[in-house]
Design a protein around this ligand. Sequence first.
Ligand SMILES: *Cc1c(COP(=O)(O)O)cnc(C)c1O
Length: 464
Amino acid sequence: MDIQDYMKGFIDTFYDNIHTIQQGKPIDIIPEKTIKQLQTLDFTEEGRDLSSLLTTLEESIYPFRNVSEHKRNFAFIPAPVMDISKLGDLMESFYNPNAAGFYSSSGTAVIEEEMMAYLCEKAGYDPKKASGTFLSGGSMANLNATIAARDKYLSLDDITRGVVYISDQAHHSVHKALHAIGIPDERIRRVKTDEQLKIDPTALQETIKTDKKNALRPFIVIATAGTTNAGVIDPLPELAKICKEEDIWLHVDGAFGASVLLSSSHTHLLKGIEQADSITWDAHKWLFQSYSCAMLLVKDKADLLRSFSETPEYLEDASENEHINTWDLGLDLSRPARGVKLWLSIQALGTKKLGDTIDYGIKLAEYTESVVRNTPKLEIITPAQTAILNFRYQREGLSEEELNSFNTALSNMISNQGFAQILTTKLQGKTVLRMCTISPETTQEDIDKTIEHISSCIEKLETN
Ligand SMILES: *Cc1c(COP(=O)(O)O)cnc(C)c1O
């Protein structure tokens, strides 16, 4: 067999296996024994038989993962990838264009520009002035955004006085980004959240004023649209107003939630996002793309060129320059054209179907909430918001500590049984069960059975 036969054969094998995924466990961790076996495969001078290597990959490597396609996998933010995206990814990998600049891959550059313009328009930006980049993930988007904000607002002397405002619900990638751009914890203000876990705008404004009085340099507020913990959207219009008054950059980390901009009937939830200076948006979460595919959008492309262009004449006529090389818009140089698979997916699926699929996840979380509310011994902690909800086992007479350890044990038992995958998170000191319901494959029956399964696990734990 030559390599091409293996390639063709792989696709058949993959789709043969996919049918059994729903019967299997939503997550499988590699056993010690298998690790040991893999470690014996040292690199040989003469090479090994390809066919048996591929069998090793199929049987001993890839099965051990968080199976995102599993329809009862509610942990993390699942990545239920569309087949069209996989096809786009395959083509990308085969043609292997270098999407660094226009000259090296002008065809994909045009498509990425079209894709980005569409996303900017959906965000409420002026597509002529706005721009953005496709990058590997939300973490990188947050990093590029904070670099741009720093360079716009802080002179070299100011850097040691720059202050950032986030909430206690911000994603941890934000801390990494801030440390990377030279902002230590002492100048990261974790603004208080209200009982709904949203940034409290009054507390934010007061903190900014105090910092300014102390000769510090507030330069960026990082809000979240769809927190990873609870799907909460910060009060974007209020935050935008404060940022305007105080002359501060507003970044919205919408790695998870920005996809609501493409929903059929929930775009109102993101009102105010159009006033943000920049938006992080992961397509490999709620736009059903394979890893890795994320975006950073900016309201004004000059804000990226200032930081990343090595040919500053762009700054003068950025708006006239038709095809900006994306190496001038971010840290990446050589990279795949990640935007093309997204373009292909939305073109083929149509915006209506995509929008309805995003809505479906939101409605499924609301349905789950209603089932949980009707289930004895379970209490809702945060209601369904952007397809995420949190609840926990509750019983009169147990201390918070006892409740926390019961809920941890409950989550462990659910994971070990392999019917569904539900992990815990901590909210205001409580250990809770968290579910994210964005998979188009999940049915209401799956939800019913999952909650029944939780009840049966509770029964077992209570009798122990
Ligand atoms: C997932 C997530 C990130 C990180 O995105 P990656 O693509 O995993 O790098 C950042 N912020 C939020 C709110 C997220 O949900």
